[in-house]
Design a binder for this molecule. Structure first.
Ligand code: ZN
Ligand code: ZN
Ligand code: FE
Length: 753
C-alpha cells in the first residue's frame, strides 16, 4: 500500500550533511518527496510503499552522518500526492503546510556558546538568538512573519546587527528577532510596586542573589511570567505555595541535564524530549533526593525542564541549583504575560520582578509531556508545539473554527489539508481565561489567514465556548464530546476508517442528556454510535462531586454494595454523608458513566483523598500508589460485562466489592490500586475487542483524559494487542480535553464535504 508521511527530525541535524544524506536514502529506497531545514531541525515528506517508509525511518537513525545527533523522529501521516522524484528544498519552502507560523525554539548551542564567550559582542546578553532559535509565535503580531510584525518592531537594528541580518552567509541571516546589547531589549529588576532596582547585568546578578537568598521572584520568560524560587529550600517552596494559593499541585523545576539525570530516571525517550528544542516540561519518575518535599507532594514523579531562553540559562548558571519555575498566576488564573497586568497580579506575591522590554504578544504556557514506559505522552501541548500544523486526513473545503470544550481549553482552525491547534488556554470557568480565549481565537485566525465560515462546538449548552459559538451567527456543527476525543486520535494517526473508540474521560454531555465519560463507540470522522458504556451512577452534588471524591464513593457504594455500606463509609469521612446518600439514591439526580469519577471513588475508598485541590488529583494519586506493582496486578478484580439497553454494560460492581473487601483485610493500598487498574483495563479491553469482532473492525482508538493514566493505558494496549487488534494512542495531542478542538475541527470539515 502506498502512503505518505512527514518526518520531523530534531537534534543536531543542520550543517552536518543531513539533507544530502536523506536525499541519497530516499533515492535508494525508491521514495518520492522532499527534504528541507526548518527552525526545529530537518523536515521531510516521503511517499511510497509502507515497508520502504518504515525502512527510511529506521535507516535515518541507524545510518545518520557522523556529526549528526538525532534527538527525535516524529512521523505524521499525510495524504499521498502522487509526486515523483525526491528534491532538496530551500529552508522557506520546507514549512510546506499552507500555514507556517514558526514555533518558539529553545536557545541553540551556538548562541549559548556566544553567551558565555567574553570576546563575543553579545557576551552575557540575555536576548541572544539566531536563525535557528529564539522567540517566534509569542512575539508575532501578524503575518507574514518579519520583524515589523513582531514585538521587536520598536527596536531598530544597529549597524552590526543589520550587517549580520543581511548577510546570507551569516547565521543570523533574516533572524527576525536578532538584536544585541547596543540595540535590543534590556533586563530590569523591579520592586513589587514597580520601582526599578537594577538594570541589565546588575539586574541579573541581583535577581540571582535574591533567589539564592530564598526569595520569590517573578521572571518574564518566553510566553509569560514564571514564579521562581530555590527548589532546594523548603521554606521558600512553602512560602511560594502560600502566596500562590496552590495547595498540592506539583511545581515544575528548571534544571541542567546532569541534575535532571540525578533527580529522575530518564528513559532515552524522556531525555530526547527534555533536550529537544521544543523544551517541554517532562514528567519523569523521581529517583534522587535534593529538592524540597513541597515541590511535588505525594507524587513519584517530578516535572523537569531545561533552560530554553538565554535568561534561564544565566539564572541556572548563577544559582547553581534547581529552581522552581511555575506559571505566574494565582491558582487557576491564566499565566500573566502583559507587563502591567503582571505587576498588578504578581507584585503582591513576589519579592522582586525580573523583567524586560521585549513584549509578549500572545501568552503561551510551558508544554508538558509525561515519560512512561518507552514512550512520551503529551499532557499539555503549548509552547514549542503550537501553532505547528497537523495533517488533516480529510480536506476542509471551508474555513473551520473549532472552539473546544471548557477545561484545558484550546481552539483550532482547519483549512485545506491541515488543522492548527492553539496554545493551552486553560479552564474557561474563569473570566480571565475567557478573555484569553477570545484573544486566542483572533490571534490564531489572523496568523493562519482563516476567516471562519463554520464553527464547531461541544454539545454542552453551558460551556462558554458553546455560547461563544452560538453568538457567531455562522453555520454551526455541534460535536459530541467523546466523539471529538476519538476523532482527535484518528486525526493524528491519519485514520479515516471506522474504529472502536474507547473514551475514558471526566465528564462530557451525551446525546441523551446524561454525563458520559466511560464510552464505547463505533466511530469515524463522519459519525458515531454508542455501543456500550460504564454503568451509570448519580453525580451527587454536580460539580462538587468532582471536587469531593468521597461523594463519588458514596454514589458507587450505594449503587453496588448498598446503602449500609455507603453509610459505613460516609459517616466516617464527612458530616454531610446522609444528605449525599440521599442525593445518590434519588432518581432525578444527574447520572454519569464517567470513568474519571470511578477513579475518584476508588481513591476515596482507599483513603487516599476525599477532597482534591487540583483537577484529577485523586486519580493521579491512585495511579501513583500503584507504582512498582506488576502491570497485571493481583487476581480477583473483575469488571462485569453485560448487555444493557445501549449495548455492552460495563459494571464495576464486582471490582468495587473486591476493593472494599481487600481494604478491610488490610491489603496495602498500592496492591489494591494495581488490582483495580488491571481489572478495569482488562475488562474494558475485552469489551472493546467484542465490539470490534461484532462490527468487523480491527482497530481501537483510546482517548479521553483518563488515558493520561499510563498504567491503565498499558493494560488496555497490552490486552488489545494480544487479541490481535491495532491500537491507536495519542502522541501528538493530549488525550485530555486539550485535544478536543482538533477532533471537532476534523468532524466539521468532514461533514461539509
Ligand atoms: Zn541560536
Ligand atoms: Zn545590535
Ligand atoms: Fe473530555
Amino acid at each position: 500500500m502506498r502512503e505518505r508521511r512527514r518526518l520531523r527530525v530534531t537534534g543536531t541535524v543542520q550543517g552536518v550533511g543531513f539533507r544530502p544524506f536523506v536525499y541519497r536514502l530516499a533515492a535508494d529506497l525508491g521514495l518520492s518527496g522532499w527534504v528541507g531545514n526548518d527552525s526545529l531541525g530537518v523536515v521531510l515528506e516521503a511517499e511510497g510503499p509502507v515497508d520502504a517508509l518504515d525502512l527510511l525511518a529506521e535507516r535515518l537513525v541507524a545510518e545518520a552522518p557522523p556529526l549528526a545527533r538525532i534527538e527525535s523522529v516524529d512521523a505524521e501521516p499525510q495524504v499521498p500526492t502522487g509526486e515523483t522524484g525526491f528534491t532538496i528544498v530551500d529552508s522557506r519552502a520546507a514549512g510546506a503546510p499552507a500555514v507556517a507560523v514558526p514555533v518558539d525554539v529553545a536557545t541553540c548551542a551556538d548562541c549559548e556558546r556566544e553567551l558565555f564567550d567574553p570576546f563575543d559582542r553579545r557576551f552575557g546578553y540575555p536576548f541572544i538568538n539566531c536563525t535557528n532559535c529564539g522567540p517566534r509565535y509569542t512575539i508575532i503580531r501578524s503575518i507574514p512573519y518579519d520583524r515589523a510584525a513582531t514585538t521587536m518592531a520598536g527596536f531598530t537594528m544597529c549597524a552590526d546587527c543589520r550587517r549580520e541580518y543581511e548577510d546570507p552567509a551569516d547565521r543570523r541571516f533574516h533572524a527576525e528577532p536578532t538584536c544585541c546589547p547596543v540595540c535590543g531589549p534590556q533586563l530590569s529588576l523591579l520592586s513589587p510596586d514597580g520601582g526599578v532596582l537594577a538594570k541589565a547585568s546588575e539586574a541579573l546578578d541581583a535577581g540571582v542573589a535574591l533567589l539564592n537568598d530564598g526569595r520569590i521572584l517573578a521572571v518574564k520568560g518566553l510566553g509569560g511570567y514564571h514564579l521562581a524560587c530555590d527548589a532546594t529550600d523548603d521554606a521558600a517552596v512553602a512560602e511560594l505555595r502560600r502566596r500562590k494559593a496552590r495547595d498540592d499541585k506539583p511545581f515544575a523545576l528548571l534544571v541542567d541535564l546532569p541534575t535532571a539525570r540525578a533527580l529522575c530516571h530518564l528513559s532515552p525517550e524522556a531525555e530526547a524530549a527534555l533536550t529537544s528544542p521544543r523544551r517541554p516540561i517532562v514528567l519523569a519518575p523521581r529517583t534522587g533526593t535534593g529538592v524540597a518535599a513541597g515541590v511535588a507532594p505525594n507524587l513519584p514523579e517530578l516535572g523537569l525542564m531545561l533552560a530554553y531562553t538565554p535568561l534561564h540559562v544565566q539564572l541556572l548558571a548563577g544559582c547553581r541549583r534547581p529552581l522552581v519555575m511555575t506559571s505566574g498566576n494565582l491558582s487557576d488564573e491564566p499565566i500573566a504575560h502583559d507587563d502591567t497586568d503582571a505587576l498588578t497580579r504578581l507584585g503582591p506575591m513576589v519579592d522582586a520582578i525580573l523583567t524586560h522590554d521585549r513584549g509578549i504578544h500572545i501568552r503561551c504556557d510551558d508544554s508538558v509531556v509525561r515519560a512512561v514506559a518507552r514512550r512520551v505522552q503529551m499532557v499539555r501541548r503549548s509552547r514549542g508545539y503550537a501553532p505547528e500544523p497537523i495533517g488533516l486526513p480529510t480536506t476542509a473545503h471551508r474555513h473551520v473554527l473549532a472552539v473546544g470544550a471548557e477545561l484545558k481549553s484550546t481552539v483550532a482552525v482547519a483549512k485545506g489539508d491541515t488543522v492548527v491547534a492553539s496554545h493551552h488556554i486553560g479552564d474557561l470557568e474563569h473570566l480571565a481565561a475567557y478573555r484569553s480565549f477570545l484573544q486566542a481565537v483572533d490571534h490564531l485566525c489572523s496568523l493562519t489567514g482563516v476567516t471562519p465560515e463554520v464553527v464547531a462546538h461541544d454539545l454542552h449548552p453551558e460551556y462558554l465556548s458553546t455560547k461563544f459559538a452560538a453568538d457567531l451567527e455562522l453555520p454551526a456543527v455541534g460535536v459530541q464530546h467523546h466523539h471529538a476525543h476519538i476523532a482527535s486520535c484518528l486525526v493524528e494517526h491519519g485514520h479515516t476508517e471506522p474504529v472502536v473508540g474507547l473514551a475514558f474521560d471526566g465528564l462530557g454531555l451525551g446525546t441523551d442528556g446524561t454525563a458520559w465519560g466511560g464510552e464505547l463507540l463505533v466511530a469515524d470522522l463522519d459519525g458515531f454510535r454508542r455501543v456500550g458504556h460504564l454503568r451509570q451512577v448519580a453525580l451527587p452534588g454536580g460539580d462538587r462531586a468532582a471536587r469531593e471524591p468521597w461523594r463519588m464513593a458514596m454514589a458507587w457504594l450505594a449503587a453496588t454494595l448498598g446503602p449500609d455500606e455507603a453509610e459505613r463509609y460516609g459517616s466516617a469521612v464527612d458530616d454531610r454523608w446522609a444528605a449525599v446518600l440521599g442525593l445518590a439514591q434519588r432518581p432525578d439526580v444527574l447520572r454519569t458513566s464517567s470513568a474519571g469519577r470511578l477513579f475518584d471513588a476508588v481513591a476515596a475508598l482507599l483513603g487516599l483523598r476525599t477532597r482534591i485541590t487540583y483537577e484529577a488529583q485523586a486519580a493521579i494519586e491512585l495511579e501513583a500508589a500503584a507504582a512498582g506493582q506488576p502491570l497485571a496486578g493481583p487476581g480477583g478484580y473483575e469488571l462485569d460485562i453485560g448487555i444493557g439497553p445501549e449495548g455492552l454494560l460495563l459494571d464495576p460492581g464486582p471490582l468495587l466489592a473486591t476493593v472494599v473487601a481487600e481494604r478491610d483485610k488490610g491489603v496495602p493500598v498500592g496492591q489494591i490500586s494495581a488490582g483495580f487498574h488491571g481489572g478495569l483495563g482488562r475488562g474494558a479491553a475485552t469489551a472493546a475487542a467484542r465490539v470490534a469482532a461484532e462490527n468487523g473492525l480491527d482497530t481501537v482508538a483510546l482517548s479521553g483524559g483518563v488515558f493520561q493514566n499510563a498504567r491503565l493505558t498499558d493494560v488496555v494496549v497490552t490486552e488489545l494487542e494480544a487479541s490481535g487488534l491495532r491500537v491507536l494512542v495519542h502522541r501528538l495531542l493530549p488525550p485530555n480535553d486539550g485535544g478536543v478542538s482538533v477532533g471537532q475541527a476534523a468532524i466539521a470539515a468532514r461533514r461539509l464535504r
